[in-house]
Ligand binder design. Structure first.
Ligand code: M6P
Ligand code: ZN
Length: 196
């Protein structure tokens, strides 16, 4: 019984600034710079060129609370993907599967606008736009990546089961099958296999 009581968290609240995306009292602040995520963009020369000409850039950041990684609890974080492009491809997150593949995730849009790319291991895919006030449901088994298609920071709250875990392995090797680029003045989803 002692152990069970210890496992019960004390209720708490945090403040998530809707303009900056900063979560007060976060336990973790993850910052992903272009130099560390350059490989996720399809135009490697454009990424290299940008690094050489403009130096490093913050592509996205995440503020999260430290919640026990067990079923029953909920992980949550604020996600801020900055505006920018590598060549014609928008700034985006690395993307991941959940270690426990069946675990779902909810995104609640706070600022800016973007697209959530989702892909299953069998190739099935879906894309949803996310903007302030909208909610995207990412079912289990879908890898998910967020893309900032706007001119301001793309900020949302993410909530997912405590024991989901992040699996980057397959994504790091193969990436996603689709990318989001600026074409004819608007975001367009392109199949990577159709790129020249
Ligand atoms: C969202 C959530 C987080 C994730 C973050 C960054 O906020 O899905 O769990 O960590 O995006 O994405 P990634 O981990 O793929 O780099
Ligand atoms: Zn996730």
């Amino acid at each position: 019984m002692e152990l069970e009581t210890e496992m019960i968290l004390h209720p708490f609240s945090v403040h998530l600034d809707p303009v900056s995306g900063i979560m007060d009292d976060a336990d973790n602040h993850i910052e992903r710079y272009l130099s560390k995520v350059a490989d996720i963009f399809y135009d490697k020369n454009a990424a290299d060129g940008m690094l050489k000409e403009n130096g490093d850039r913050l592509v996205y950041e995440v503020y999260e609370k430290k919640i026990p990684q067990r079923s029953g609890e909920l992980q949550f974080c604020s996600s801020i993907t900055h505006p920018g492009k590598i060549g014609d491809e928008y700034f985006m997150t690395k993307g991941h599967f959940h270690v426990r593949r069946d675990r779902a995730e909810i995104y609640f849009g706070i600022r800016g606008s973007g697209m959530i790319l989702m892909e299953k291991e069998n190739g099935e895919h879906a894309e949803e736009t996310l903007s302030p006030g909208s909610v995207v449901y990412v079912p289990g088994y879908f890898a998910h990546r967020s893309v900032n298609t706007g001119a301001e920071p793309f900020i949302f709250l993410a909530v997912y089961p405590g024991d989901s875990g992040h699996d980057y392995g397959a994504i790091e090797v193969n990436g996603f099958n689709r990318i989001v680029v600026l074409k004819n003045g608007r975001p367009e989803i392109i199949e990577k296999k159709n790129l020249g």
